[in-house]
Structures are given as C-alpha cells and as structure tokens.
Write a protein that binds this ligand. Structure first.
Ligand code: OGA
Ligand code: MN
Length: 256
C-alpha cells in the first residue's frame, strides 16, 4: 500500500506542493520481521555501549536538554551533524564506521525488490536513531552528500513527522509546520523532490520509545576514502530474511 501527499504553500508568490515526491509505503516489514530487526538493533546498542563497534559507529549524545539524548548508530559512512571545530556538517571522508550488517542488507534488498526505492538508489549507508520518550529531531533538510530518493523505516511506536517550508520551534521538542504525517510501525517513508529538498522535516518529542532506520546512497563525490561497494548484497533473497519470517509468510500465503 502506497500513499502520496499534497500540502500547498505559497513560496515566493507561487503555490507549491511542498510534499511532492514524498511516499509512504505501509506494511513493508511485517510484525515478525520488525521484532527481529528491533532485537538486532538492541544487540548493536549493547555492543556500542561496550565499545565493540567502530570508532564513529555508535554515539550517545549527552542529555543536556530534553530532546538531545538520541542514540545513533551509523554504518557505511560517518556523518557529522553539527559544525565542529570549523568542520561543516557532512560525511567525514576519513571517519571510521562499520560496514552495513547483513540484516540491513536484507532490508535494503526488500526496499529494492518491492519498488520502494529505485535500483539507481541502492543505499550504501544507514543510520539508526533510537528515541527515548522526549527525544526529537529538530527541523532540517537531509544533507546533499546523499542522493535522492532516500527512506526511513519506523519501529516500536507510531509517531508524526512534521514538514514545512518553514517550521516554527515553539519549545524544546515542540515544532509547528504545515503538514503532519503519521508514520506507522513497519512503514517506509520515501523522501524525494520537494519533500526532500524544499520542505524541512522534524520529529517532535516522542511519547513512546521509537526506533527509525534511514537508508541513503552516498553521492559518488562524497564517498569516504576507504569506500568499498558491497558485491554480495545483490544476491540476497527474501527467503534469506530468516526462518521465522519465512514460515510466517508461508502460513499467511503471502508469496515470498
Ligand atoms: C533523519 C531523520 C527521521 C526519523 O535522521 O534525518 O529525519 O523518522 N529521521 O527518525
Ligand atoms: Mn531527515
């Protein structure tokens, strides 16, 4: 199931659909698969806490204010969010992160074979966001170090993502934009066109624990110096997902 969106805003005296290019795909990952993916992410989080992941893979920012405690785990490249010591936000070409784990490659395979992402945009990086209640992502446009379209998969609890040409910050984790889109668990939001490049987006402080995984393809000119294209992941099949999900599909009569 797929949805497109319309939200008209007047920008420079023109009426524009700021959500043009956005698509929400519902039910891309079933509940068994969601469970397996979430468990895997918790295992990664534990390994990150124990310093068992690459230097820049796991980061847990200090909770100095509400909405700033998000845990992020990055694979494929190291993205630096904030201007730090004169280094502008963007992919750190010398940053050390781990390669994309197999389960995420299987998710990527699903995104391509179910036509959520085009074959020209096979993601080679991903970032996991783990939100505790109160955590948010402030308004932003994703870096152009990543090509369009890219997408975000939602887990654990439903939340709303806000879009707007301008988004008002009314308090910590409180934002007002012109459109609010609910993101059900197991859904994939694809960002392209105006929805990715003209409108900003943000996640207001969540009420319940939530996990998202954002998959993006790195612009060729921005690839890290040690970048290596992963050859094995073209060969992954749905049936590799796991024995559990395979029996689930078979029982429900859904073709693999
Ligand atoms: C991001 C982002 C949205 C989400 O990481 O850039 O916008 O649903 N994430 O977590
Ligand atoms: Mn974003």
């Amino acid at each position: 199931m797929k949805k497109d969106y319309v939200c008209l805003e007047r920008i420079n005296r023109r009426i524009v659909n700021i959500l043009d290019g956005l698509q929400l795909h519902i039910g891309v990952f079933n509940s068994m698969e969601q469970k397996e993916i979430v468990q895997f992410i918790y295992d990664l989080q534990n390994r990150g806490r124990n310093n068992e992941l690459g230097e820049h893979t796991y980061s847990e920012s200090k909770k100095w204010m509400r909405g700033k405690g998000r845990v992020t785990i990055q694979f494929g490249c190291c993205y630096n969010y904030a201007e730090k010591n004169g280094i502008p936000p963007g992919i750190l070409r010398n940053g050390i992160v781990d390669p994309i784990p197999n389960l995420f490659k299987i998710m990527i395979n699903r995104l391509i074979t179910s036509h959520v992402l085009p074959i020209s945009c096979v993601p080679d990086s991903c970032i996991i966001n783990i939100y505790e209640p109160g955590d948010c992502i402030p308004p932003h446009i994703d870096s152009h170090d990543f090509i369009r379209p890219f997408c975000t998969v939602s887990f654990l609890s439903k939340c709303n993502i806000i879009f707007g040409h301008k988004i008002k910050i009314v308090g910590p984790g409180e934002f007002i934009g012109s459109a609010s889109i609910p993101l059900p668990v197991g859904s994939v939001l694809v960002l392209n066109g105006n929805g990715a490049n003209l409108a900003k987006h943000c996640i207001p402080a969540v009420s319940y624990k939530r996990i998202s995984v954002t998959f993006r393809k790195i612009d060729k000119a921005k690839q890290p110096h040690n970048f290596k294209f992963d050859s094995d992941f073209q060969n992954i099949k749905y049936s590799d997902f796991s024995d559990v999900s395979e029996s689930y599909h078979t029982k429900k009569g859904v073709p693999l």
